[in-house]
Write a protein that binds this ligand. Structure first.
Ligand code: NAG
Ligand code: NAG
Length: 487
């Protein structure tokens, strides 16, 4: 739960109000000019939706230089950001051939597998030569290579479930599989801050969707009890099935799921659990097996385990791991398996290889070192940010740490000032977050060195003072703690 300081909320609302008012005024003017020029296509409804279109034109475009910055390198701990310029007040941005080397605090490269890796890269290159970039076919036709079979076995074993199915895109894993698992007459109970892929999957399923307060098991129980007592709308028949959908780490909050308590509630009411581990698999837990391992939950208690390969494994695609029966059923009925082209073979090989490294099956201890490092880096960075007086969301051990910005003017200011100092950060605002809760989202990687982190802290502190986002008083530094030891 985020509590906004009263004055911050007021000034933030005022800023958005002002932007909105000016935008409306300009739109009014535009309409008048268009009417005058008589250039409108008569008889057609506008193709872009009203309020979203307004938001894009009048708010987003003003700060579009902070988003979609082209990158000219792998998303390693340092990246080459392509420099752009504008001749029309940032309405259009033109690329230069210059790049600037920036410290990367934005990619989900939790274990550092996004960069060239001594074990993974040669194997991925080998598979590229052998299998080509694409299977040019769906899984059920000619798109199942031996790599795909190996990958599914490897993933099932890694996450601790009897079987797994892999898709070529993480987003689609949620949005295409939920509608296959549940439909009309079913009930989905979804955490209020679940990812858009879950929201769209739930809506597309035709099931009734109810939302419970973010990460609040007691409210989940309340909703479950109420819904079970009431049954389906109108007919009041019992629900055909109930699925509770939660995430392991909430990517916009950096928070860990209260999984043990949620599972307890689900078991009590005989509801299935669906756990999205996009940001937690590989990143947390002693051997990288995600929140179940971290929080001591038996994977047998989670009915459907979902995750993506786009973060810790430095690849693409997603998986569903469950019982053999469920996976078999999904493979017969899920459109992402039946009709979509299979995951690219080099991407599959990258996942297999990175899992081997994580498990130490490459014959080195690099995987274990990466896991220790991501935890140490995350906890160090989070505590330092908090000491400086930033409002940082999320839990210890989570590599995602949002720094609250709130005010719309502070979004571009923070992003641009950091970039000027060669630190690339990601800022997120509405519609990805509620209107008042804009933030910068820092993602820490195992590939960051202590020097990288110290540089990042120095820049963020300086920019934080400049932009005015240290909402708490800083903790006074201890005398002997003034210098952090370099490794
Ligand atoms: C355009 O973007 C640059 C940085 O990318 C920024 O410094 C400048 O203030 C922006 N200009 C306007 C008019 O927003
Ligand atoms: C590229 O960088 C060089 C050296 O910093 C500078 O002189 C040049 O103007 C830049 N080019 C563009 C297109 O911005």
């Amino acid at each position: 739960m985020i509590t906004i300081p009263y004055t911050t909320a007021l000034t933030t609302l005022f800023s958005y109000g002002l932007l909105f008012a000016f935008g409306q005024l300009r739109d009014l003017f535009r309409k008048f000019v268009e009417w005058w020029k008589d250039s409108n296509l008569h008889g057609y409804a506008p193709i872009c939706l009203g309020l979203e279109d307004f938001y894009v034109r009048r708010l987003y475009l003003r700060i579009q230089d902070c988003f979609g910055r082209p990158i000219a390198s792998a998303p390693d701990s340092w990246i080459d950001v392509v420099e752009r310029y504008s001749n029309d007040n940032n309405k259009t941005l033109k690329r230069t051939t210059n790049t600037s080397k920036c410290l990367n605090l934005g990619s989900y490269n939790y274990l550092g597998f996004a960069a060239s890796d001594e074990y993974c890269t040669p194997r991925a290159v080998e598979s590229l030569k052998k299998f080509s970039p694409s299977t040019c076919s769906t899984r059920v036709d000619g798109g199942t290579t031996i790599l795909h079979v190996e990958l599914e076995e490897c993933v099932a074993q890694f996450v601790g479930k009897p079987a797994a199915m892999v898709t070529g895109m993480g987003y689609v894993t949620n949005s295409a599989i939920l509608p296959v698992l549940i439909g009309k007459g079913g009930l989905i109970i979804s955490d209020s801050l679940n990812h858009n892929s879950i929201v769209n999957g739930a809506r597309g399923s035709g099931a009734t969707v109810r939302v419970f307060q973010h990460n609040t098991p007691s409210h989940l129980e309340e909703v479950l009890r109420e819904q079970i007592a009431f049954g389906q709308p109108r007919t009041r028949r019992p629900w055909k099935k109930i699925i509770v959908v939660v995430e392991g780490i909430y990517s916009m909050e950096g928070e860990l799921c209260k999984l043990p308590e949620i599972i307890q509630v689900c078991k009590k009411y005989r509801a299935y659990t669906y756990l999205d581990e996009a940001h937690s698999i590989g990143a947390v837990g002693k051997s990288g097996r995600g929140v179940c391992e971290l929080l001591g939950v038996d994977t047998a208690d989670v009915d459907i385990m979902m995750g993506t390969f786009t973060k810790s494994f430095g690849s693409c695609g997603g998986y569903i791991a469950a019982s053999k029966e469920v996976i078999e059923y999904l493979k017969f009925s899920c459109p992402a398996h039946l009709y979509a082209t299979a995951i690219s073979p080099p991407a599959a090989q990258q996942i297999i290889s990175s899992i081997r490294v994580i498990l130490g099956e490459d014959g080195s201890s690099r995987g274990a070192q990466k896991l220790t490092r991501i935890r140490e880096n995350s906890n160090f960075f989070r505590s330092e940010l908090q000491k400086m007086g930033f409002e940082v969301l999320g839990d210890n051990d989570s590599p995602v740490m949002p720094i609250m910005l709130y005010n719309p003017a502070k979004i571009p200011a923070f992003s641009r000032e950091c970039l000027k100092r060669n630190v690339a950060v990601v800022t997120v605002a509405f519609p990805a977050t509620p209107l008042l809760l804009a933030r910068a989202r820092i993602c820490i990687s195992a590939s960051h060195t202590r020097e990288d982190l110290l540089k990042a802290l120095e820049v963020i502190s300086e920019v934080g003072d400049l932009v005015g986002i240290k909402y708490f008083p800083a903790e006074p530094k201890k005398q002997d703690d003034g210098r952090v030891k370099l490794e």
